[in-house]
Design a protein. Structure first.
Length: 488
C-alpha cells in the first residue's frame, strides 16, 4: 500500500500532464487559427470553424476533469500539486519521455505505416550529403562550414569506388556516425545532468528517446557533433585549470565551425568580462575556418580536380562560402521562404509566411521588415542574457537565437536547447508556476509524439515561443525586483 501511495502522485501527475500536452495545442489553436483566417484570407467560413467547437469543448472537458481529479485524489492541500511537480521535475520529465515514446511506438504497431517526422527515416542528411560533398575538393562551396564539409569528405573516404562494395560501406559509415555521436553524447548528458548516478543515467536515456534527438538520428545530421562540442565547452569553460578552459574555447570554436550558430554561446564569456578568452576563442574559430583551405590541394587528386583549380579554391574560400550560403537561402528571395524553407523555425520565415505574405507589400519592404525584426529580436535577447541571473535562463535564450535567427533553421536546432533543459531540471525557479509551466512546455517540446499529435512537433514552435516568454518574463521580473530597493 505504501508503494502504491507513493506511486499514485507520479502516475496521476503524468496522466494529467499527458492530457494537457495532447489536448492543449488543439484547444488553443481554434481561436488563433480562426482569427488568422479572418484577418488574412477572404474565405473565412464561420460554419467551418464552429463545427470544431464541440470537439474542442469535449477535449477541454477531459483536460479539466483530469486536473480536478488529480487535485482531489492526490493533492488535497492548497498548492500541494504545484509543489510536488516543482520538486519532482526530473522524475516527471523522464516518465513522460518514456510514456510518449512507448505510446507513439504502440500506435505505430497497432495502426501500421510509418514515415517519421514528415519524412522517411532515411539518414538523408548524411547519406545524401556524402554524395553531394564527398567527392569535392572545394570545402567552401557549401551551405555548411568547411569543417563540416571536411567531415563529409572524411566519411566518404570509407566508400570504395566499386558500386558492388559501396552498399556495405555506407552501412559502416552510418555505424561510425551512431558510435561517434551516441557514446560521447550519452556520457556528456549524464555528466551534465547533476543529481544521483541513477537519476543522471535515467535523464540521459530520456533525452535519447526525445523527439528532437530521434529526429536528428532520423536525418543523421552533423548537428550532433556541434552539440557534443558545445556541451564540452559548457562543462569546462569555468574550470579552475587553465588548460581545461583553453580546451573549452577550442571546443566552442570547433562547434561553431560545424554549425555556425553555436558561436552565440561565446556571449557567456563576454558576460563574465573574460575579454582575453573571448578574443582567443574568436581567433580559434577564424583559424579553424581558414585551415581547411590548406586541404584543398591534398583532396584534389581524390576528387579528380586539377591542382590549379584546387589553388583557386584555396584562394577564393571566402567568396565560395558566401556563394554557397546565398544559394542555400535562395539569394535572399522571400518567395523562397514559402517553398523549400517553409518548414524552417526561423523568425524571418514565420513572420513572412504568417503575416507579410498576406499584406501584398513589395519584396524590398518585406525584406527590410524581416531583417529589422530579426535584428531587434537578436539585440533584445542578448540584453536579456545580460540581465539573467540563472544559468538555464542564459542557456535557453542563447539556444533560442540558434533557432529563430538563422534563415534556414530546422528541427535539429532544438538540440541546442538541451543544455537549458538540463539546467532547468537542476535549478530552482522563482515561483511554482514557472517550474510547472516550464516543465510542461519542455515536455511538449521534447516528447516523441510522431504518431500521436503533430501539434507537438518542434516546427509548431508554440512551445518554444511560450518558453521564451516565460523565461524572459522571469528575467525581467527579477531585474525589476533588484531595481526597486535601489530606487527607495
Amino acid at each position: 500500500m505504501v508503494t502504491v501511495r507513493k506511486s499514485a502522485p507520479y502516475a496521476m501527475s503524468c496522466a494529467a500532464m499527458l492530457a494537457a500536452l495532447l489536448l492543449l495545442p488543439d484547444i488553443c489553436s481554434l481561436p488563433l487559427r480562426s482569427a488568422h483566417s479572418r484577418l488574412f484570407t477572404g474565405d473565412f467560413d464561420a460554419e467551418f470553424w464552429l463545427q470544431y467547437v464541440p470537439v474542442w469543448a469535449a477535449e477541454l472537458f477531459v483536460l479539466l476533469a483530469s486536473l480536478l481529479l488529480l487535485k482531489a485524489c492526490c493533492f488535497r492541500q492548497t498548492g500541494a500539486w504545484g509543489a510536488f511537480v516543482a520538486g519532482h521535475k526530473r522524475t516527471l520529465f523522464v516518465l513522460l519521455m518514456a510514456l510518449f515514446f512507448c505510446a507513439s511506438n504502440a500506435r505505430i504497431l497497432l495502426k501500421g505505416g510509418f514515415l517519421g517526422y514528415y519524412s522517411g527515416w532515411d539518414y538523408g542528411d548524411l547519406l545524401a550529403h556524402l554524395q553531394i560533398y564527398g567527392g569535392r575538393s572545394n570545402l567552401y562551396d557549401s551551405n555548411y562550414p568547411p569543417v563540416a564539409t571536411l567531415l563529409y569528405r572524411l566519411f566518404y573516404m570509407f566508400i570504395p569506388a566499386l558500386p558492388s562494395a559501396a552498399a556495405g560501406a555506407y552501412g559502416y559509415v552510418l555505424f561510425l556516425f551512431f558510435l561517434g555521436t551516441a557514446l560521447p553524447l550519452f556520457v556528456l548528458l549524464a555528466a551534465s545532468a547533476g543529481g544521483t548516478e541513477r537519476s543522471r543515467l535515467l535523464l540521459a536515456a530520456a533525452c535519447f528517446v526525445s523527439g528532437p534527438v530521434l529526429y536528428v538520428y532520423q536525418r543523421a545530421n552533423v548537428a550532433f557533433f556541434a552539440l557534443i562540442l558545445l556541451l564540452l565547452y559548457l562543462r569546462c569553460f569555468r574550470s579552475e585549470k587553465r588548460f581545461v578552459r583553453e580546451f573549452a574555447l577550442l571546443a566552442l570554436a570547433l562547434s561553431a565551425n560545424i554549425k555556425y550558430y553555436p558561436a552565440v554561446f561565446g556571449m557567456l564569456l563576454l558576460k563574465e568580462r573574460r575579454w582575453g578568452d573571448a578574443v582567443r576563442c574568436a581567433a580559434y574559430g577564424v583559424a579553424m575556418f581558414v585551415l581547411p583551405a590548406l586541404f584543398s590541394p591534398l583532396l584534389a587528386p581524390a576528387a579528380g580536380i586539377a591542382a590549379q583549380d584546387a589553388q583557386l579554391v584555396q584562394a577564393g574560400f571566402v567568396r565560395d562560402t558566401v556563394q554557397g550560403m546565398q544559394a542555400f537561402t535562395g539569394n535572399g528571395n522571400l518567395a523562397y521562404l514559402t517553398g523549400v524553407a517553409s518548414s524552417s523555425l526561423s523568425l524571418k520565415v514565420r513572420l513572412y509566411n504568417a503575416v507579410l505574405v498576406h499584406l501584398g507589400l513589395p519584396d524590398a519592404l518585406c525584406n527590410a521588415l524581416t531583417l529589422l525584426v530579426t535584428l531587434l529580436f537578436f539585440a533584445a535577447t542578448l540584453v536579456l542574457v545580460l540581465l539573467a541571473k540563472k544559468r538555464y535562463q542564459e542557456l535557453f535564450l542563447l539556444g533560442s537565437l540558434c533557432i529563430f535567427v538563422p534563415t534556414m533553421s530546422f528541427w535539429y536546432s532544438v538540440l541546442f536547447l538541451i543544455p537549458a533543459l538540463l539546467c532547468f531540471l537542476q535549478e530552482e525557479q522563482d515561483s511554482v508556476f514557472c517550474s510547472c509551466a516550464g516543465l510542461l512546455l519542455f515536455c511538449a517540446l521534447f516528447c516523441y509524439a510522431v504518431a500521436l499529435s503533430y501539434a507537438l512537433t518542434p516546427d509548431r514552435i508554440w512551445h518554444i515561443l511560450l518558453l521564451y516568454a516565460l523565461f524572459a518574463g522571469e528575467v525581467l521580473a527579477a531585474w525589476s525586483r533588484r531595481r526597486t530597493p535601489a530606487r527607495r
